[in-house]
Design a protein around this ligand. Structure first.
Ligand code: GDD
Ligand code: MN
Length: 393
C-alpha cells in the first residue's frame, strides 16, 4: 500500500557547497507501534530537508491497527509512505528490514526503529557524513563521545548490550574494526553496498548481518543518544539473546573450514555427556562394552542438537528430522566401528605405536565424519544431483 502525499510536493535537489545525498529511503520495521508512528512521521518530515527526495517504507508485522494509523498519518506527510504488511513475520525484525532493503529505491537507505528511541533529527547527519566521507555505511553509535544509551532500560540490559558488543567485535575484528556500536539498529547504508540475497538475518542484529556479509567499504559513525521509548513496550525478549549467539556462530562459520573447526569443537564438548553416561552406567553395574555403546548415544544426541541449532540451521529442511537423526547416528556410530580396524592398520602397516595410531585414526574418522555429515545429512538433494551430473528433475 503506498499513500501518496497530499501536502507539499517533492522538490528536486539543488547543488550546494556540501554534497547532498541524492535521495533516501527510510526503512522502519514495526510490530504493534500504533502509539508511535504518527509522531515518528511528523519528526521525520521535520528533519529531512524538503529538497532531499525521501520515501518511508514501513515493514509491518503488527497484530494491532498500526497499518491503519500509518495510513492516516501519511496523509499529512510531504513524502510517499509505503506499508508492506507481512502475514508471516519471517526472520522477525531482521527479516522485516531485509524486505525493506529490497523495496528501497533511493541511493541511500536509513534503517531505524519506530519507537523514537532513534532520533529522526539525525537522519540528515547520517547522510551528510556518508557523502562527506565517501562511506558506504554510517552507523549511529551510542559509544562515541556525545552519544549515550540513556534509554536502555536497566543495568542488566546495559551489561548484556556491552557483552554482546564485545563478543561481536571479538568474533569479527576486521569487519567491525571501525564500528564502535555493531548492536545499533540505527544506520544509513548505500543501496549499492547491499547484496540483499546474501543476507540471512536471524533476530535483531541486522547491522551486524550487513557489516559482516556485505562488507561495505568505508564505514563512518555519528554519535547519538538512545532515547526512552515514546510509547508502547520493547518487543525484545530473553530469547533474543540466544538468537544473537546463534547468529554470531552462523556468521562465523560461513566458510567450510570454519564450519569444520566448529564441528570439531562441538564434537569435543560431546565427550562430557558421553563420559557422564559411561560413569552412571558402569556405576549401575552395566558391563563396560554395552555401556560404551549406550554412552556413545548420549554424545551423539548432544552433538546432533548443537550441530542442528548452530551449524546447519539453514540446511535442515532438505530432509525430515527423523531422516537426519538416523543418518547422523549411523555416521557417528560408524566412527566407532571404523576406528578400531583403522588403528590396527596403522599399527600393523605403518609400524606406529598405539598412541599415534589412535590419534591418526581419530583425525581420519573426524574428517570423514565431517565430510559425511555435510554430504549425507545436510547437502541439498538437488545440489548433490547436479554435482554428480544427474538431472535434478
Ligand atoms: N516488522 C517487525 N517484525 N518489526 C519488529 C519486530 C518484528 O518481528 N520486532 C520488533 N520490531 C520493531 C519494533 O516495532 C521497533 O520499531 C523496532 O523493531 C525495535 O524493536 P524494540 O522492541 O523497540 O527493540 P529494542 O528497543 O529492544 O532494541 C533496539 O535497540 C537495540 C539496541 O540496544 C533495536 O534497534 C535493536 O536492533 C538494537 O540492538
Ligand atoms: Mn526500542
Amino acid at each position: 500500500m503506498t499513500i501518496q502525499p497530499t501536502g507539499a510536493e517533492h522538490v528536486a535537489p539543488v547543488a550546494g557547497d556540501v554534497p547532498e545525498p541524492g535521495a533516501v529511503t527510510v526503512v522502519i520495521p514495526t510490530f504493534n507501534e500504533a502509539g508511535n508512528v504518527r509522531e515518528l512521521l511528523r519528526r521525520i518530515a521535520d528533519a529531512v530537508p524538503h529538497r532531499v527526495p525521501c520515501e518511508v517504507v514501513f515493514v509491518d508485522d503488527s497484530t494491532d491497527d498500526t497499518p491503519a494509523v500509518i495510513a492516516d498519518a501519511a496523509r499529512y506527510c510531504p513524502f510517499p509512505v509505503t506499508v508492506l504488511h507481512r502475514d508471516t513475520p519471517d526472520g522477525g525484525l531482521g527479516g522485516a528490514v531485509v524486505e525493506g532493503l529490497k523495496a528501497a529505491t533511493a541511493d541511500w537507505v536509513v534503517v531505524m526503529d519506530a519507537d523514537l528511541q532513534h532520533p529522526p533529527a539525525l537522519v540528515p547527519d547520517l547522510l551528510a557524513t556518508g557523502e562527506k566521507e565517501g562511506a558506504d555505511l554510517v552507523v549511529a553509535s551510542r559509544y562515541l563521545p556525545g552519544g549515550s544509551r540513556a534509554g536502555l532500560a536497566g543495568g542488566y540490559r546495559v551489561a548484556v548490550s556491552r557483552g554482546a558488543t564485545w563478543l561481536a567485535k571479538g568474533a569479527f575484528p576486521r569487519a567491525l574494526g571501525s564500528v564502535s556500536d555493531p548492536m545499533s539498529g540505527f544506520f544509513a547504508i548505500r543501496r549499492s553496498a547491499v547484496t540483499a540475497d546474501a543476507l540471512k538475518p536471524l533476530g535483531y542484529k541486522i547491522l551486524l548481518e550487513l557489516a559482516v556479509r556485505c562488507r561495505p567499504t568505508g564505514v563512518a559513525e555519528v554519535p547519538f543518544v538512545f532515547e526512552e521509548r515514546y510509547a508502547g513496550e520493547s518487543k525484545s525478549t530473553a530469547k533474543e539473546g540466544l538468537r544473537f549467539l546463534r547468529h554470531l556462530v552462523e556468521l562465523r562459520t560461513a566458510s567450510p573450514l570454519a564450519r569444520m573447526a566448529a564441528f570439531g569443537l562441538i564434537g569435543l564438548t560431546g565427550f562430557v555427556p558421553n563420559l557422564a553416561a559411561l560413569y552412571v552406567l558402569t556405576g549401575l553395574g552395566v558391563h563396560y562394552l554395552p555401556a560404551e555403546i549406550l554412552a556413545n548415544q548420549f554424545g551423539v544426541a548432544w552433538n546432533f542438537l548443537l550441530i542442528e541449532v548452530l551449524l546447519f540451521r539453514d540446511r535442515r529442511h532438505h530432509r525430515h528430522w527423523a531422516d537426519r537423526v538416523g543418518r547422523f547416528a549411523l555416521l557417528a556410530n560408524a566412527d566407532l566401528v571404523v576406528r578400531i580396524p583403522l588403528i590396527a592398520l596403522f599399527v600393523g602397516q605403518l609400524q606406529l605405536s598405539a598412541l599415534p595410531a589412535t590419534a591418526l585414526a581419530l583425525l581420519t574418522t573426524f574428517v570423514l565424519r565431517f565430510a559425511g555429515t555435510e554430504a549425507l545429512v545436510y547437502l541439498p538433494r538437488r545440489a548433490r544431483a547436479a554435482r554428480t551430473g544427474r538431472n535434478p528433475r
